[in-house]
Design a binder for this molecule. Structure first.
Ligand SMILES: [Zn+2]
Length: 221
């Protein structure tokens, strides 16, 4: 298929996962112009499943937030056109009142010579912001415990077995600074008293299952 977004999308890679890429595009007069590009050759938003659409919109939002944090623009423009290249992608464009087209869209006739702006290591700064956003992405996932690690005892062993033997996917309750995910199990004893046990999951003992974002997930500290 002769599609440039399937083959080699232009720009500096800021984030990539199994479903999409975020790229910083070199567009004269428009520093911070980013594209969020779906990897599969899909035409329209309504071709995506609910989960995929939420994932794409989350990353458009993370990109917007990173650009606002670093560039502090007058406005962010979001656009998904695809008339020239019908492969699903979003433009995320920081706008300034003294850019060449403001307040018209950047594709309109220019109104002035735009101001020149430069941010040192903009790609690096955006990558860092997006990595931070990605670390919160556990909200988009559930966890299925696939095996009980060796060497566990007592409550940890019982808790691990409970999650593993259930065969179910559970909303993630948190993630450590080192990236380990954890689950919280509320126990109720014979007297009705409840307690919460938290289980830090070991690498290789679980898998992440894409889920509907569970923003109401309880984060226990
Ligand atoms: Zn394509």
């Amino acid at each position: 298929m002769d599609c440039e977004l399937c083959q080699a999308p232009a720009g500096q890679l800021l984030h990539e996962d199994e479903r999409l890429r975020v790229l910083l595009v070199d567009e004269a007069g428009y520093p911070g112009f980013c594209r969020v590009i779906w990897k599969a050759h899909v035409r329209e938003m309504s071709d995506l499943s609910d989960k995929d659409r939420l994932h794409l919109l989350d990353w458009v939002q993370y990109t917007e937030a990173a650009l606002r944090h670093i560039l502090k623009p007058a406005k962010i423009n979001l656009a998904s056109l695809g008339n020239m290249v019908p492969h699903l992608h979003w433009h995320v464009i920081p706008r300034f009142e003294d850019d060449a087209h403001f307040p018209a869209p950047i594709w309109a006739a220019a109104r002035r010579d735009g101001a020149v702006r430069h941010w040192p290591d903009l790609a690096g700064q955006l990558r860092s912001q997006l990595a931070d956003a990605a670390s919160h992405c556990w909200l988009n996932y559930q966890i299925q415990v696939t095996q009980v690690p060796d060497g566990l005892e007592g409550a940890d062993l019982a808790c691990y077995r409970f999650f593993a033997e259930s065969g179910l996917a559970w909303p993630v309750d948190g993630v450590d600074a080192d990236g380990r995910h954890w689950l919280a199990l509320r126990r109720v004893d014979d007297n009705g008293a409840s307690s919460v046990e938290t289980l830090r999951l070991e690498a290789g003992s679980y898998r992440l299952v894409p889920g509907v974002p569970s923003y109401q997930a309880t984060l226990l500290r």
